[in-house]
Design a protein around this ligand. Structure first.
Ligand code: PLP
Length: 459
């Protein structure tokens, strides 16, 4: 057996070997091709340090799970307070779960009140889909192309990317995809399918940081109500301050029937998910003794998770991180848009608050093949963002990544405690990379042929 102390002291080679042999070899290849698998040994706020003491700026923020940054002291100190408490209280009531449910209800939009706690974003979505079916008695669900709601079977059934769905079909029946941002098609789909719910992200994170047209969410609210369908808003990534308000749906002042939260709710330390519902939805789905155990989770609402959730929510609100996100996001976006006006390779800069995406122009396959000096059979026109992310990491010590459903988009999603100086560093690093490598060919050559060939086969 390898002990914790031994594991903490493993070198990169050992970590790669064990991860490849006992975990996911394909993923290990993908991360090592771009030299992404640094050996990070310390993390605090927006920074991480590797074993040689080099400091990196984390602009990925665990896809929205690190709004408070790494190892937030408020959360760690709160966990100390519950060390000797029972963590799992199945046949009793947990005071911390009751308190967090109360606090969430007091800040959540509209009449959202009853809360189910789980352990991840996908589970929060599963909870929402089940709630909607149980509350309405209808099975069909409408979702959006390009959406990301998680990879468990139910959540995957409403996640709009064929690549992730296809190997697992048939998925949950009755799920119908519509274009994101198109209220007319939504109206028609709800009518045709008689759906019980429409699930939507206020901004599509993994879809490539896609901001819908102004008024879309308000229209979706109106249309679902008229059609007798519930509106499920998935704020797993956009929630808790990320986009400049505590919840992104506040931007259009809408009141969802069901809200999904996770990621930063655990303060970047504990896995915590939550599904919130209005009293009517809850009563119709799980009201009464007989229905009270229809949806449960062993670790959902455990003491450590709830303590982390209470501390995280309090810290986000007390430190007014939504306002910081709005202000810093504006600052970053202004700088990036200036870069976009100088570099043709940037197709668009978009986002809200500190959920920012840079979309790169796609290169024709022939250019890529010339650079890689080999045919790229599995070519998907999705290289530029990976190459820029690789250079950002290895030349400028800034951690970024592409978005899952649109690999041509780099996401900038730093902890909300990031400073203006950090963001200037990010913009100047991107500027420097594009100045030196204004075309895909030059970027690819800077990264190396072997890397490009490796990327070509990452699918
Ligand atoms: N919903 C949204 C909007 C997400 O962005 C994600 C993850 O990125 C999920 C759900 C799934 O969360 P998890 O990875 O915790 O299951």
């Amino acid at each position: 057996m390898i002990t914790v102390d031994q594991a903490l002291n493993m070198n990169r080679g050992e970590i790669r070997r064990l991860s490849s042999e006992y975990m996911n070899p394909g993923l290990v290849t993908m991360l090592t091709v771009l030299d992404f698998d640094k050996r990070f040994t310390r993390a605090e706020a927006q920074y991480m340090w590797d074993h040689e003491g080099n400091r990196y700026l984390d602009c990925l923020g665990a896809y929205g799970a690190l709004n408070l940054g790494h190892n937030p002291p408020q959360v760690l100190e709160t966990l100390e307070k519950v060390r000797s408490r029972p963590n799992l209280l199945q046949a009793s009531l947990n005071p911390l779960a009751a308190a967090l449910a109360h606090n969430l209800a007091s800040v959540a939009p509209g009449r959202l009140k009853h809360c189910f706690f789980c352990n991840s974003g996908a589970e929060a979505v599963e909870g929402a889909l089940k709630l909607a079916r149980a509350a309405t008695g209808k099975t069909a669900i409408v979702y959006c192309h390009g959406s990301f709601h998680g990879k468990t079977l139910g959540a995957l059934s409403v996640t709009g990317r064929k690549k992730y769905q296809a190997p697992f079909e048939p998925l949950v029946p009755g799920c119908e995809a519509v274009p994101y941002g198109d209220a007319d098609v939504l109206q028609e789909a709800l009518k045709r399918t008689g759906a019980g719910a429409f699930i939507v992200e206020p901004i599509q994170g993994e879809g490539g940081v896609v901001v819908p047209p102004d008024g879309y969410l308000a229209k979706a609210r109106e249309i679902t109500s008229r059609a007798g369908a519930l509106l499920i808003v998935d704020e797993v990534q956009t929630g808790l301050g990320r986009t400049g308000t505590l919840f992104a749906c506040e931007h259009e002042s809408i009141e969802p029937d069901i809200l999904c939260l996770a990621k930063s709710l655990g303060g970047g330390i504990m896995p915590v998910g939550a599904t919130l519902a209005t009293p009517e939805v809850w009563r119709r789905a799980y009201g009464g003794l007989n229905r009270s155990l229809l949806h449960t989770s062993t670790f959902g609402g455990n003491t450590w998770a709830m303590a982390a959730g209470l501390a995280a929510l309090q810290a986000i609100i007390e430190n007014n991180l939504p306002r910081t996100a709005a202000e810093r996001g504006e600052f970053l976006m202004t700088q990036l848009r200036a870069l976009a006006s100088r570099h043709r390779i940037i197709k668009e800069v978009r986002g809200r608050g500190l959920l920012v995406g840079i979309e790169f122009a796609q290169e024709p396959a022939s250019v890529l093949e010339r650079v890689a000096a080999r045919p790229l059979e599995q070519f998907k026109e999705e290289y530029t963002a990976s190459l820029v992310a690789g250079l950002m990491l290895n030349r400028h010590r800034i951690i970024t990544a592409y978005t899952l459903n649109n690999p041509n988009v780099i996401r900038l999603e730093p902890p909300l405690v990031v400073s203006r100086e950090d963001l200037e560093h990010v913009a100047s690093a991107i500027g420097d990379i594009l100045e030196k490598h204004p075309s895909f060919a030059s970027l690819a050559l800077a990264t190396g042929r072997s890397t490009l060939s490796g990327l070509a086969h990452r699918e």
